[in-house]
Design a protein around this ligand. Sequence first.
Ligand code: ADP
Length: 307
Amino acid sequence: MENKNGKDPGAAREAGPSACDACGNKECSAASRRSNENDQEFAERRRLESRLCRIRRKIVVLSGKGGVGKSTVAVNIAAALHAVGRRVGLLDVDIHGPSVPTMLGLEGMTLDSGPDGLLPADAGGIAVMSLGFLLPHPDEAVIWRGPLKMGAIKQFLMDVAWGDLDWLVIDSPPGTGDEPLSVCQLIPGITGAVIVTTPQKVAAVDVRKSITFCRRLGIPVLGVVENMSGFACPKCGEVTPIFSRGGGRGIAESMNVPFLGSIPIDPAIAASGDDGRPYVRTFADSPTAAVMRGIIAPLQALEAEAK
Ligand code: ADP
């Protein structure tokens, strides 16, 4: 895969240090070959795991369908973690709608390769990597068959040199099909999932599917966020419920997973996304930013538990 600079990250891969000199832990799952792996599969898994084991925790942001605000939530989780002093990476693997570059003001960005692979872009201290950086043109639809898509996601994951991070926030492709499945299976040791939904009943079915998806894969569900929950008046801030409300909370309760908060529709959220500035940074004092910061509470609780 060639990036926009015309550089082949594979070349950097060959020149880089051999896989799995990251930790030297003999118990590490990348230290020995699995019975069902051939040489190439083993080498690729070692390469991937040696990169990702330098990241302490990874969370995946999922949604049952597109357009519910998954990327918005992922960007703001990353910014909220960064604001409390964590080393944060944001990985956008939404192959059909990589919106993270726009939301972080990195549109048209070209990537550099270091000796050990592709170097993430910097968005005010957040390390960012998006499939969007590698796609030839933002207006072009990606029309790839399944195996090609999966191969691209895998290659991409193997090529990024994240370095040491406290948290990697993964903006997954929407749904519960092959693409999010590949992402969740390729990335070892995902700490948990945040599921984003809208309040309407039609979205509820999809949340159930996302929760079941996580349970099947053994990924703990950190909680459900209900986005576009009512309309926040730009003048007075009062939230009017223009759709039904509480769908996300109801499902979270009925499926026994935490509810992490309701984010209203707020024109300032859309404007922040279009302007490339995370809402929690630009509107840090607003009630909605406080809701967004609340989403990282379970992540901080996990850190505290580990101490
Ligand atoms: P997804 O990742 O689920 O496809 P996005 O995060 O890209 O969804 O959001 C889709 C659009 O909706 C973006 O333009 C985003 O700025 C906007 N948006 C998301 N959440 C809100 C909200 N709470 N209020 C206003 N606009 C929002």
